[in-house]
Design a protein around this ligand. Structure first.
Ligand code: COA
Length: 169
């Protein structure tokens, strides 16, 4: 691993859409790394509500165009993407005990595939430990209040998507 790779981390996820829980993890990761690449996974098994371009727009908007944050997308193995981007670390958030087993497997498999890429976990802030993108979408689709859980632009976009679909609000 080149020395400068230690300063670059990849924060991967589907980010459909980014939530304030993700933003919190991202901001805290910037205290450790010089550059964090938020990498939107193009996952054929998930059917996202927002396009990759829209998701990237929400991420850029939420990070205030911080020059130390880059937003990108990737397909295929995460560790291959890390290698291509010269990143030595993967950032993940741990919300609750339920996340641990999956993250444990995920981190070990990634380390087996690429021993030079390590995973760093941040405990999700207590305000966000129950939040997920799916839950936010479900609540929004049923007209519930999601303010404070997602950036304002995401809140507006979700309201627009679900009003077009004929659901409340
Ligand atoms: N705050 C709020 N929500 C959070 C969160 C936080 N801090 N951390 C996670 N979440 C939510 C996510 O929004 C997501 O919600 P959703 O399932 O409703 O969309 C959910 O928790 C699960 O998150 P995560 O485990 O990060 O899943 P993901 O789909 O967002 O990302 C990848 C998973 C993309 C990182 C992983 O599948 C991957 O690396 N794929 C590439 C292929 C690969 O390398 N596979 C081999 C891996 S060993």
């Amino acid at each position: 691993m080149p020395a400068d790779a230690r300063k670059i981390a990849v924060y991967p996820g589907t980010f459909d859409p980014i939530t304030n829980g993700h933003v919190d993890i991202l901001e805290r990761s910037l205290a450790l790394f010089d550059k964090v690449i938020v990498a939107i996974a193009v996952n054929p098994r998930k059917q996202p509500v927002f396009s990759v371009e829209d998701r990237a727009g929400f991420i850029r908007d939420a990070t205030g165009n911080n020059p130390r944050v880059e937003c990108d997308s990737f397909e295929g193995l995460l560790v291959e993407y890390c290698r291509r981007r010269n990143a030595g670390f993967i950032v993940r958030g741990l919300r609750a005990l339920a996340d641990f087993e999956y993250e444990f497997q995920f981190a070990h498999m990634n380390r087996r595939l690429a021993p030079g890429v390590d995973t760093v976990f941040f405990m999700t802030d207590e305000r966000h430990h129950y939040v997920s993108s799916s839950l936010v979408k479900e609540v929004a689709s049923l007209g519930g209040d999601i303010s404070g859980l997602v950036p304002a632009a995401v809140e507006r976009a979700l309201a627009s998507v679900f009003s077009k679909q004929g659901n409340p609000p």
